[in-house]
Design a protein around this ligand. Structure first.
Ligand SMILES: [Ca+2]
Ligand SMILES: [Ca+2]
Ligand SMILES: [Ca+2]
Length: 181
């Protein structure tokens, strides 16, 4: 069983992805997040970046369905998400495929100028595409920037993601992956 703290983190992850605030996630939530991302990250309609990122976001949705939509009704509820995450957390291959794959994609999407690291401005633009405020994103950035150099690197974010999904330490920086829990 996951601890209450880890359940709270997973609930937070669901809430920030529930862009229309219906209490469950469906494709339309991902479409809305994509619209916000396209605006914030300046992927202009008709460009290759726009189409590629749209395909990636939809692929993310399909991955979530495959992983968590147990009753196949096109909606992922908190209960379904919790059970699916609990089931794959100890299985490295599935965990890497479904969870770390999404983190990798997030890194690519957030890196607006494609220099391999995320600045606070890029991070705010990315996170506010979800149900996360700029203040929450700012606070999160300072925790997630583990060496305090003003940039989030791939290594830092991979460690943060592992913290987020597996740590019971309330002081672990990665707890801030999607803002305050
Ligand atoms: Ca379902
Ligand atoms: Ca960058
Ligand atoms: Ca750093």
């Amino acid at each position: 069983m996951l601890s209450e703290f880890r359940k709270r983190k997973l609930n937070r992850l669901l809430v920030v992805n529930d862009s229309r605030g219906k209490g469950f996630i469906e494709k339309a939530d991902y479409e809305l997040i994509f619209e916000r991302l396209a605006k914030n990250m300046e992927w202009a309609p008709g460009t290759e970046a726009h189409d590629m990122m749209h395909a990636a976001v939809l692929q993310g949705w399909e991955g979530l369905v495959l992983m968590a939509d147990a009753n196949k009704d096109g909606r992922v509820t908190y209960e379904e998400f919790l059970q699916a995450t609990e089931a794959i957390i100890g299985q490295k291959e599935l965990f890497d495929q479904f969870v770390m794959g999404q983190v990798e994609m997030g890194l690519i999407q957030a890196d607006k100028n494609r220099d391999g690291q995320i600045t606070i401005t890029e991070f705010i633009a990315y996170l506010t595409s979800y149900n996360i405020t700029a203040d929450e994103a700012t606070l999160a950035f300072y925790h997630l920037d583990r060496n305090g150099d003003g940039f989030l690197t791939r290594d830092e974010m991979m460690q943060n993601a592992v913290d987020f999904f597996t740590s019971d330490d309330p002081a672990a920086p990665g707890n801030w992956l999607v803002g305050p829990v």
